[in-house]
Design a protein around this ligand. Structure first.
Ligand SMILES: Cc1ncc(C[n+]2csc(CCOP(=O)(O)OP(=O)(O)O)c2C)c(N)n1
Ligand SMILES: [Mg+2]
Length: 611
């Protein structure tokens, strides 16, 4: 009998990752993951360890990579603070249904509860995992090395099937180093490649309802991107003549230069999107949560008109997760299934039962003409709103110049702040997986690391992060990682000396004189570090500009660098032009001492329909 190979728990994991096609892992070694780190050392030809400077950033890097390649990656940490640092990255991934595997080191099983360095043990022994429980799709807490082979396989299965999401493996130090003879699993065994389809009668019902509409509309969420259903959405939209709108996670799910693209609705919406969504009579919603931002906090008649009344908008909702169906709005037809396959079946049913939607081409209908006229007005508004002569430049101008400069398939990464809201409202995306943004968790600090991950995944494409100064400072240390990775990721820092999205919100909701604790000052007044100089300190190429006409040539130089490049743009912080006007509505509570505003607010929230 041949002797069976003994591998440590860590080696099983690393060998399995190689079989899964994982090329990069992100991690900061500590005493809690020495065994695992050594297994990576033994396999360094096959997997590269990248060193984020904070573990949260490692998670964002993995997500940036996944979003442009579809390949989930892995983050490993030590015990305690290193492990806890992943919480925000994981929460961001969880809310946006993004897969990433986080493996955290932990107390040796026989030491649990004594107070090992960096152990949290007052509520329960080795209690760290509780910290991550609400922000992952599944957790595995191992106590024996023989569990490792099955668990690593299950972790990948769980991340990538159904509604995707992050998984956490808690891996005690001793389990990392103990040996097992259980072989490394083959990823293809125990894995399904199947995606769920819907029942035929539901497809029929959905199509009947959709085709009965006078003002049909298609509303997309991130599920469409995950499922790769852009082609099907285009086909369906063109057959029916329905405008297509999307949430932040679906900004790139439908070509924004298509005649049927209807721009954004919701609190960060546009006059086009809001008008179309509130007046639609039948909505086909695909892979979306109907979160408060894209619904104007459910205030009826502002973004949407769903309800059970005779004149209310009817809803067909498709989602891979039954949890989302009917959660925020009542549905007429609720379909659980994979977006691409369900839409394919709907298209087949359409083509079988209907020749075309109208007697005339959809582009000759009054509805289509109305859509075009709304779009034209929106473009006109944007043209008038941007004032290219201003110095410092407006964010709106930066976005226009950047979009004009970039290739159609360039990858643009953003996180929370004015730039994110304005990107959704003001510029076009043409291909799926090119708008990489921190959606539902709206996490500052996401852009720089996510852009590094995206560039690792697509080294031949332009990758650009557009970050506010506040956002940038959350993960500024990742310039170090960007320099180490050495790829030409371009980071544009929009410096307005403050968390101005919040300043603008304070002014808009509470009053002009209510800006507080959101602008950056020191004893000499406005305080603005020189980020271009700081970038140079990290060894990165950089430049600092403030005028619209300087942007394209700065980008030209930035994209011709061999490594990371930082373009710092001082942007206008004058309240009139610091952000962009809000066209929708958002439920931001008003203190009772602001009597008039409070009264108005109370009336407004009466119109919210949370039934
Ligand atoms: C981690 C985190 N903390 C706080 C917030 C709340 N928040 C949302 S936008 C914003 C300001 C963003 O500032 P900056 O990046 O400078 O962009 P600006 O709005 O100034 O253009 C803040 C503090 C957040 N989204 N994420
Ligand atoms: Mg700022």
């Amino acid at each position: 009998m041949s002797e069976k190979q003994v591998l440590t728990g860590s080696e099983v994991i690393v060998n399995y990752l190689i079989k899964e096609g994982v090329k990069y892992v992100f991690g900061i070694p500590g005493h809690g993951c020495l065994g695992l780190t050594d297994a990576f050392r033994r396999n360094k030809e096959k997997i590269t360890v990248i060193q984020p400077k904070q573990e949260m950033a490692g998670v964002h890097m993995a997500i940036g990579y996944y979003r442009v390649t579809g390949q989930p990656l892995v983050v490993f940490t030590s015990i305690g603070p290193g492990a806890t640092n992943t919480a925000i990255g994981l929460a961001d991934a969880f809310v946006d249904s993004m897969p990433v595997l986080v493996i955290t080191g932990d107390t040796h099983v026989h030491m649990r509860g004594v107070g090992v360095l960096q152990e949290i043990e007052r509520h329960r022994d080795s209690g760290f995992s509780k910290v991550l429980e609400p922000v992952v799709k599944r957790q595995f807490e191992l106590v024996h090395v023989n569990q490792v082979p099955k668990v690593i396989q299950r972790a990948f299965n769980l991340m990538m099937t159904g509604r995707r999401g992050p998984v956490h493996i808690d891996l005690p130090m001793d389990v990392q180093c103990s040996g097992t003879i259980i072989p490394v699993p083959n990823p293809d065994h125990r894995k399904t490649l199947a995606r769920p389809r819907a029942e035929a009668d539901l497809i029929k019902k959905a199509i009947q309802l959709f085709m009965s509409a006078n003002r049909p509309l298609i509303w997309l969420g991130g599920g469409v991107i995950t499922s790769g259903a852009t082609k099907e959405v285009i086909e369906l939209a063109e057959f029916v003549g329905a405008p297509v709108l999307g949430s932040m996670m679906a900004k790139d799910a439908f070509p924004n230069d298509h005649v049927l693209f209807g721009w954004a609705t919701g609190s960060k919406g546009t006059t086009v999107g809001l008008e179309l969504s509130r007046k639609a009579d039948v909505v086909l919603a695909v892979g979306t949560r109907f979160a408060d931002e894209s619904t104007c906090s459910y205030r009826k008649g502002i973004a949407w008109n769903f309800g059970e009344g005779k004149n209310d908008t009817r809803l067909i909702q498709i989602d891979i997760d039954p949890h989302e169906i009917g959660k925020n709005y009542p549905v007429d037809v609720g379909i659980v299934g994979d977006a691409k396959l369900v839409l394919q079946d709907m298209i087949t049913e359409l083509k079988t039962s209907y020749k075309q939607r109208h007697d005339i081409k959809y582009s000759s209908t009054a509805y289509f003409k109305e859509i075009q006229s709304l779009k034209k007005k929106w473009k006109k508004f944007l043209d008038e709103w941007r004032k290219p002569e201003l110095d410092p430049v407006m964010i709106s101008c930066v976005l226009k110049e950047v979009r004009e400069f970039l290739d159609r398939d360039a990858i643009i990464v953003t996180s929370s702040g004015n730039v994110q809201a304005q990107i959704i409202q003001e510029i076009e995306f043409y291909e799926p997986n090119t708008c990489i943004t921190a959606g539902g968790f709206s996490t500052m600090g996401y852009s720089v690391p996510a852009a590094i991950g995206a560039k690792l995944g697509k080294p031949d494409r332009q990758v650009i992060a557009l970050v506010g100064d506040g956002d940038f400072m959350m993960t500024i240390g990742e310039l170090h990682t960007a320099k180490q990775v050495g790829l030409n990721v371009v980071i544009v820092v929009l410096n307005n000396a403050g968390w101005i999205a919040i300043t603008d919100l304070q002014r808009a909701v509470y009053g002009q004189d209510h800006a507080y604790a959101t602008e950056f000052e020191d004893k000499n007044g406005t305080y603005m570090p020189n980020f271009a100089d700081i970038a140079k300190g990290f060894g990165c190429w950089s430049t600092r500009i403030s005028r619209a006409e300087e942007i394209k040539s700065a980008l030209e130089k930035a994209f011709s660098q061999d490594g990371p490049a930082i373009v710092e743009i001082i942007v206008n912080r004058n309240p009139e032009v610091s952000g962009s006007p809000a066209h929708g509505w958002w439920d931001v509570p008003i203190p009772t001492y602001m009597k008039e505003k409070r009264e108005k607010y109370l009336k407004e929230i009466e119109e919210e329909d949370l039934s």
